[in-house]
Design a protein around this ligand. Structure first.
Ligand code: ADP
Ligand code: MG
Length: 284
């Protein structure tokens, strides 16, 4: 990966759109020389005017952690043209976790536990590297291939921040995706790594039930429900087959006080995750 953005724009030919988010369109791109396929995040400079630092930050964070963990998307290259910034990632062909949950209705508990354990391990790596992601949600969790047991990858470090100090109250701006945002973000009292654990609680709830815990008629009511920690494991028909251990795990992740919420390392030790049987790997 070069240290400074290259100015040569046409080493890639872009193809179909893979997805879009808040600030970017992501397109399939083929590297003309090698014929290798990548996912190219195209960010319009005009649209980002005044917020270019967000892209610089995303690149800085990715340079620091991408390629260091098998479940984090790898930034392969970046460059800019007059109008756009381009971030080239290894292509994940398996789509978003969001679409898989929608297609299945919900995940079977052992499969959900294994996914959550894998993502939590990557979250621990991110946190140990002094970074808070701040936008964990099923739209930002991608599968490397279409296979059922494909690796899951954490993507979209656009809102992430470097946070060296082990202090909870450092960041105060309101950001994220409402349904996954922790109460302390709305309270503007300061937030840090615990917001990612809260989001993991919401994701786990979504995986097991097929709907999110704080879904309300409008964003105001949703925010009030989050601040009050007002959610239930209901309607019952969606939860009868879910173990008490799984519910206890969600309850711990959705602790209102961020200082009492488990860290990623503590969450990994929860019985719901630590009792997951690893895949059988035969001896070489
Ligand atoms: P934004 O910051 O605008 O939300 P993202 O980085 O989340 O941008 O990318 C938007 C969408 O593009 C993702 O939700 C996903 O569907 C798709 N996408 C992003 N990165 C990749 C990738 N490496 N491989 C395949 N699809 C991707
Ligand atoms: Mg995104």
């Amino acid at each position: 990966m070069p240290n400074a953005p290259a100015t040569v724009p046409c080493q890639y030919r872009t193809g179909k759109t893979l997805g879009s988010g808040t600030y970017a369109i992501v397109k399939e791109a083929v590297h003309i020389k090698t014929g290798k396929y990548y996912a190219c995040k195209v960010i319009n400079k005009k649209l980002m005017e005044g917020r270019e630092y967000m892209v610089r930050n995303e690149i800085a964070v990715l340079k620091r952690i991408s390629s260091g963990h098998r479940n984090i998307v790898t930034l392969h290259d970046y460059f800019e043209t007059t109008n756009n910034l381009y971030l080239c990632f290894d292509l994940c062909t398996g789509g978003e976790l969001f679409d898989r949950i929608c297609a299945k209705g919900n995940y079977h508990e052992p499969d959900a536990a294994e996914l959550v354990r894998t993502i939590m391990n990557a979250v621990k790596y991110i946190h140990d590297s002094g970074i808070v992601h701040r936008d964990l949600k099923p739209e930002n969790l991608l599968f490397r291939t279409p296979a059922e047991d494909a690796d899951i990858m954490i993507a979209d470090f656009g809102l992430s921040r470097v946070m060296e100090e082990e202090r909870f109250h450092l960041l105060t701006e309101i950001c994220g995706t409402p349904g996954y945002m922790a109460p302390e973000i709305f309270k503007k009292t300061g937030h840090g790594k615990p917001v990612d654990i809260w989001a993991m609680g919401v994701i786990t709830y979504f995986l097991l039930a097929g709907y999110t815990p704080f879904d309300r008629e409008n964003q105001q009511l949703e925010m009030q429900a989050i601040i009050a920690g007002d959610y239930k494991f209901e309607p019952e028909e969606y939860w009868v087959h879910v173990s008490e251990t799984a519910k206890a795990f969600i309850t711990e992740c959705l602790t209102i006080d961020p200082t009492s919420r488990p860290t990623a390392a503590e969450a990994l030790k929860h019985p719901w995750l630590s009792d997951v049987k690893p895949h059988f790997v035969p001896d070489p």
